[in-house]
Design a protein around this ligand. Structure first.
Ligand code: RNT
Ligand code: ZN
Length: 415
């Protein structure tokens, strides 16, 4: 262990003790904080099904060389990223990342057999799996999938999503821990339209049919959005729609931090939703103007989000997915920066002296609340993070940059 790291940690430990915070306990909590790393950062959401374009309300920009072109490269890149991120983390797969062995497997034909090698890989690499149905980038994606008035198209996507639940259930069973399956569909209208109630009724009916079968080893999440690219005027699966659906049906709403109006604070959803729904799924991202998917950083929105979870004492009621895709920079670097940023936000949330602040607030002493929140920003949390990295045998500070450059030179740049 580097002497400077351990000295800095010893001082940090004392400083936090002055506020009643036990940094050893916090490090133990951070060790139990598992991100669900999104497989789709490795190849700009391409998947292994076809070489077609990414369509359906989302877009990845950038042409940085070296993206993963097949399942082996994707697995290698994710394992590389994992060596640079402290802790143990899950992997979030989309259906288009199945092991199709070069065969054409349409979305209404997918089955557990196409994910058996992922299940084995997860067990071998101590990586639990989460899952997503994929309704974009397909000839039948169009503007409407589960809410399409054309029954045959709607049925196609219902069948797909049901099959995805079977796959997720098999993953959960094999790993002895529920697989969290997210449903996001891009359904919407580009321009003025009048059949909103119809589309929403159809989406509700499709979801009812999809969720009809109880599953033991997976949990369902539903993800809303303000708008999709090319579908700016109307979104069938809006936040109101899914919030109401989740509350009525005991489902898990997914809070994608890139999916709200610019002045809306995603963190504020946590204590509101958790009064009515069992759990939450997160897609931690970073919205920039029209793009909802820049690499996660330690920004105010993310800090506040994790703080609200800790303050609500809801650490075990939340699943921590990441969801960004940046094709303009080294993609493994994007994984590492974003994952470490999410961990730092959680660490800072755990280090907040919340009992003290809460006491002041309940006594109506608001200057003291403000002062403490301000002071906490400058407490030596980074020394605790460095110590956490040391204990997990991953590079401390910027040392991961060299490792990623080396991997780029030896592996990704040769693709
Ligand atoms: C899109 C949603 C969705 C996707 C992934 C790839 O706006 O956020 O979660 O990003 O499913
Ligand atoms: Zn998302």
């Amino acid at each position: 262990m580097k002497e400077s790291t351990s000295k800095a940690y010893a001082i940090a430990k004392e400083r936090y003790a002055e506020y009643g915070i036990d940094t050893e306990k916090v490090i133990a909590q951070l060790q139990e904080f598992h991100l669900s790393m999104h497989c789709w950062q490795a190849d700009d959401v391409a998947g292994f099904e076809s070489t077609g374009d990414l369509t359906g309300g989302i877009q990845a920009t950038g042409n940085y060389p070296g993206k993963a072109r097949n399942i082996d490269e994707l697995r290698a890149d994710i394992l590389k990223a994992k060596t640079l991120i402290p802790g143990t983390h899950r992997l979030n797969l989309h259906e288009i990342y199945g092991d199709f062995q070069g065969k054409k497997v349409d979305r209404d034909e997918c089955g557990v057999e196409h994910f058996q090698s992922w299940i084995d890989w997860g067990l071998e690499n101590n990586t639990k799996l989460d899952f997503n149905s994929t309704s974009f980038s397909h000839p039948k994606s169009g503007n409407l999938t589960l809410s399409n008035p054309d029954k045959s198209i709607r049925q196609f996507w219902i069948e797909h999503t049901k099959r995805c639940r079977d796959i997720a259930d098999a993953m959960g069973k094999a790993q002895g821990d529920p697989c969290i399956m997210n449903v996001w569909v891009h359904d919407g209208c580009k321009d003025v339209s009048v059949n909103h109630a119809l589309y929403r009724r159809l989406l509700k009916e499709s979801l009812d049919e999809i969720f009809a079968e109880k599953k033991e080893h997976m949990k369902d999440c539903i993800e809303g959005k303000v708008f999709g690219i090319g579908l700016e005027s109307f979104t069938v699966g809006s936040h109101d729609f899914y919030t109401a659906y989740a509350a009525q049906n005991g489902k898990i709403p997914t809070i994608d931090t890139g999916h709200y109006h610019p002045t809306e604070i995603p963190a504020d959803k946590v204590s509101a939703l958790l009064q009515f729904v069992p759990e939450l799924m997160l897609h931690v991202s970073r919205p920039i103007r029209w793009d909802s998917d820049h690499v996660t950083i330690m920004d105010d929105n993310t800090l506040e989000l994790f703080s609200e979870i800790v303050r609500a004492d809801a650490l075990d009621r939340v699943h921590y997915g990441l969801d960004y895709f940046d094709g303009a920079i080294n993609r493994i670097g994007a994984y590492v920066v974003g994952s470490r940023a999410a961990q730092k936000c959680m660490l800072r949330a755990l280090l907040e002296p919340k009992e003290l602040i809460s006491k002041y607030e309940l006594e109506d002493r608001h200057f003291e609340v403000l002062a403490l929140i301000e002071e906490c920003k400058a407490l030596p949390w980074s020394a605790v993070y460095d110590e956490f990295c040391e204990r997990n045998n991953v590079p401390v500070g910027t040392a991961f940059i060299d490792e990623i450059q080396k991997y780029e030179k030896e592996v990704t740049s040769r693709r």
